[in-house]
Write a protein that binds this ligand. Structure first.
Ligand SMILES: *[C@@H]1O[C@H](CO)[C@@H](O)[C@H](O)[C@H]1NC(C)=O
Ligand SMILES: *[C@@H]1O[C@H](CO)[C@@H](O)[C@H](O)[C@H]1NC(C)=O
Ligand SMILES: *[C@@H]1O[C@H](CO)[C@@H](O)[C@H](O)[C@H]1NC(C)=O
Length: 260
């Protein structure tokens, strides 16, 4: 007594199989940093017929060296869905079936505080909370089929994409939002770098179609879309209107370099 030394040991258990309606997942050691050389796999198993929805609450993983890989099913290469890295909270993700796996792999050096997320089982009639983009505000709490939610942006930011989303059922009987979550970008700016499995690009911030909107009278906007190595990117135009001969959109690809 008076001279007792406390020795505290942290044992980093990592990964495992998770069952139950909902729960949380966090990287070992969160928020004090995950170990180097980690390879942790979580397999979330929901009831047959349900899907799994994950909302990240915190995310910091050494960019381009450490990764959180998502698998739509068991963690086999054939089920690979996407790879998350870096220091921004990814948007929520939904599995297509009743199993969803996450694998954290870290290299031999440098760590970061790691990640934390909440998962829940989604009934077939729910689209799940699609999340709030940075600088965005979500109005609405109805995430079931027929539910509508509305987005807007904080002052100084404008919305790119659709502000109103409706939870609909596809022909295959899956409940999904009819449009992707919009993004909020600073006023008087255009272009940027986009990551993630899908997204929206638009030149106009003025919905009425003011010809000076977004582009200015003589301006240039450049967007860079980054995908995972080996993936391809498809671009689908839903609206296109530009002043003929004077304004143009150039699309340039890399690996191999191509220009349209
Ligand atoms: C699971 O859901 C229950 C009921 O909605 C909620 O009270 C609880 O906080 C949730 N747990 C987690 C870990 O999200
Ligand atoms: C992680 O572990 C899995 C299975 O235990 C293995 O298949 C995979 O190759 C490992 N990944 C790394 C990067 O070591
Ligand atoms: C949210 O939407 C409801 C119904 O459309 C509306 O009455 C309410 O004012 C909105 N709230 C905010 C904060 O925008």
């Amino acid at each position: 007594p008076g001279n007792v030394k406390h020795i505290v040991c942290f044992i980093h258990t990592c990964g495992g199989t998770l069952k139950g309606r909902n729960g949380t997942i966090e990287s070992p050691g969160f928020p004090y940093g995950y170990p180097n050389g980690a390879n942790c796999t979580w397999v979330i198993v929901a009831e047959e017929g349900s899907r799994i929805h994950i909302v990240f609450q915190s995310f910091a993983v050494e960019e381009e060296y450490d990764f959180l890989s998502l698998y739509d099913g068991h963690p086999h290469p054939a089920n690979f869905r996407t790879r998350l890295t870096g220091f921004t909270i990814p948007p929520p993700v939904t599995s297509s079936g009743s199993i969803f796996s996450l694998r954290l792999t870290s290299d031999f050096a440098v760590s970061a505080h790691g990640f934390k997320g909440a998962y829940e089982e989604l009934r077939s009639s729910s689209c799940g909370n699609p999340g709030v983009p940075p600088k965005g505000i979500l109005n609405g709490t109805q995430f079931n089929v027929g539910g509508k939610i509305r987005y807007r942006c904080v002052t100084g930011y404008v919305l790119d994409g659709h502000s109103l989303l409706t939870c609909v059922t596809t022909a295959a009987g899956v409940s999904v939002w009819d449009f992707p979550v919009p993004i909020c970008r600073a006023e008087d700016t255009c272009g940027g770098t986009l990551r993630g499995s899908s997204g929206l690009i638009s030149s106009f911030d003025v919905p009425s179609g003011d010809s000076a909107g977004g582009l200015g009278s003589s301006g240039e906007c450049k967007w860079t879309i980054l995908a995972d190595p080996g993936d391809t990117i498809s671009l689908v135009f839903t609206e296109f209107q530009m002043e003929e001969k004077l304004d143009y959109l150039e699309v340039e690809g890399s690996e191999p370099t191509t220009i349209w």
